[in-house]
Design a protein around this ligand. Sequence first.
Ligand code: GTR
Length: 329
Amino acid sequence: MKLMKTIGLAMLASAAMVMATVSAQAAERVLRSSDTHPDGYPTVEAVKQMGKLLEEKTNGRLGVEVFHSAQLGQEKDTIEQTQFGVIDLNRVSLGPFNNIIEETQVPSLPYIFRSVDHMHKVMDGPIGEEILKAFEAHDLVGLAFYDGGSRSFYNSQKPITSVDDLKGMKFRVMQSDMFVDMVGALGANATPMPYGEVYSSIQTGVIDGAENNWPSYDSSGHFEVAKYYTLDQHLIVPEVLVMSKKTWDSLSAEDQAAVKEAAKESVPYMRDLWQAQEKKSEEKIRAAGAEIVTDIDKTPFIEAMKPVYDKYVTSDKLKDLVKRIQETQ
Ligand code: GTR
């Protein structure tokens, strides 16, 4: 009887090893990763790819299962669960970290990056590494940055062609005090709320609109209820993949290195998917009849952001980060 059991287990183990290359569920230890986006979205696919690479690098010791579509909760809650070690990995925008990790405010500042290329130069270099390190004091390990394109305002009421048009309107922002002030500086009112509540809040008129990039505006369906999109591109906020420090501490040094490598190697994969998705989403949204304002003078928007910089960039550490980002060519 005992022998039968042992043979059975051995067979199961070898079956698991064969499966390991095919499916994350077959890895000896499957790390749970959260994402608010639906299956197929570039961030979800990038973390799946990271998991595949991790399985290869660890010979099946570690794999990743992505719980997409906010199955594990909205971003603010999943961040807490990741800090507690209930969730192993989390792919989130830097925005919801702003109130917790001061350094994440800097790449989340409106108009801090001149372009996506500028953002890549900064986040792929020593400044990016410094910001990733800052997560450790908060029970998290920063692994890699992904793309989040640029975010612009959309609403259900009217085309916005100037800062003046925003006056008195109500926009949802991510749960970050800095974004509340950013919208306030433009003369509009901000309501911080979880992503999952935005669609119905626009539909019922609780808010006039929100702000996001093309792929999120598309996959969330927000374009169906808020068809005026103005490309003011006030934010180029990177997204980040983090690991729970508890999970990290449970891994051998070799497996920790494999996690870091797999995460970094998933970045170019993500960027390719992202570029393709931005185009696809833009085409779909235009075809659906959304009204896109592209011809917009950004200077008054940029100038209006000065109070946000004055309020948030106060410590020497943040001032220095801002200066070095602005100096990065
Ligand atoms: C998306 C981002 C998500 C989430 C969302 C939001 O662009 O990828 O992580 O932050 O925006 O606005 O809440």
